[in-house]
Each structure stands twice: as C-alpha cells, then as structure tokens.
Design a protein around this ligand. Structure first.
Ligand SMILES: [Mn+2]
Length: 177
C-alpha cells in the first residue's frame, strides 16, 4: 500500500491542489494531519482524509481517524491533543488503545520518522511552514509504502519537497518485523 502524508499547510491550498493533481489515483490514500485551515467541505478533501488541528476552526473536522488497510492499521491525528510537542508517549498510548501499527501526525512542523516496537510513527513536517533541522528544504511531505517480501513486512519512507522532488538523504526503509 502506498500513502501520501502531508500536514500543516496553514491556508496554503495551492500546494494541496498540486499534490492532488500529481498523486490522486496513484496512491492508496492521501492523508492530511491537520492545520489545513480549510473547512471540511473544501474540494481538496474529496481527495485527502483529514483531521482537525489546533488552528482549524471547523468543528465538523474529526480529531482522529483510523484506517484499517489489511496489515496497516493507521491512526491519523494532528497530535496537539496527545502532546506530541513533548514526546510520543501519548501517541503511542492512543495507538495501543486502537490497535494501530502506524501513526501519521503533525503539529510540530518538524519532520521525523521512527519505528518503536514495530510501529511506525511519522511526521511529514509542515509543507508550508517548516521548522527545525530541515527548514531549508522549504516544506516537505512523505510517501510511505508498505509491502511484504521474504524478509517480512517492509516500510519504505521517502520525503519530498514542494517541487515534488524526492530528497535523497530523507529516505529510509524499515523492516516491520
Ligand atoms: Mn500547525
């Protein structure tokens, strides 16, 4: 399965439209981790699954979503309600509660990915207002691909910039076992 993950676009609708044009129909799910600052009725959300961030005022946006895609049990949240700015413990507890083995979140505007106890936790970074070590890239999103081979479940993560170019140093493969 292939997932596009983006977050924290903060009113930058044009970049979401660009992602829709480039990727709709070419990935299994497009996910937005919140702080779009768009209403849930916006046309881009015909394509993106989305949750509510701390800067989203449409109360019809859900705080969390869960997707069961066979081997992939995906939790989508913004992260502010789980305290992701202070550590990933709250997010891990929520994953355990729901039986998720992958979590996509945002809020910090800092990209990051790790596997803890066989579970993937990924922040795509902010596509429009990046912070931290990779700020100079100017905004990022991620594509996550899961598949099984003779070594078991594999998870391949590739980060991209706003020009839709893969960032070579931001590619990592995890063995999910
Ligand atoms: Mn934000």
């Amino acid at each position: 399965m292939k997932y596009l993950v983006v977050s924290d676009s903060h009113g930058d609708k044009a970049i979401l439209q660009k992602l829709v044009t480039a990727y709709a129909g070419k990935v299994d799910l497009m996910l937005h981790c919140g702080d779009s600052e768009l209403p849930v009725t916006d046309e881009v959300f015909k394509y993106f699954k989305v949750v509510r961030g701390n800067c989203d005022y449409d109360l019809d946006l859900q705080d969390e979503q869960f997707f069961d895609r066979g081997q992939d049990k995906i939790l989508l949240v913004h992260g502010h309600l789980l305290g992701v700015g202070f550590g990933l413990g709250g997010l891990q507890a929520k994953m355990d509660e729901l039986g998720a083995n992958m979590a996509f979140f945002g809020h910090t505007h800092q990209l990051g990915v790790e596997v803890i106890n066989g579970k993937l936790l990924l922040n795509p970074g902010s596509i429009s207002y990046p912070r931290g070590k990779y700020t100079a890239i100017g905004g990022t999103f991620a594509i996550v691909e899961t598949f099984a081979d003779e070594n078991g479940k594999q998870i391949e993560v590739q980060y991209y910039d706003r020009e839709l170019n893969a960032i070579p140093e931001l590619q990592v493969t995890f063995n999910g076992k």
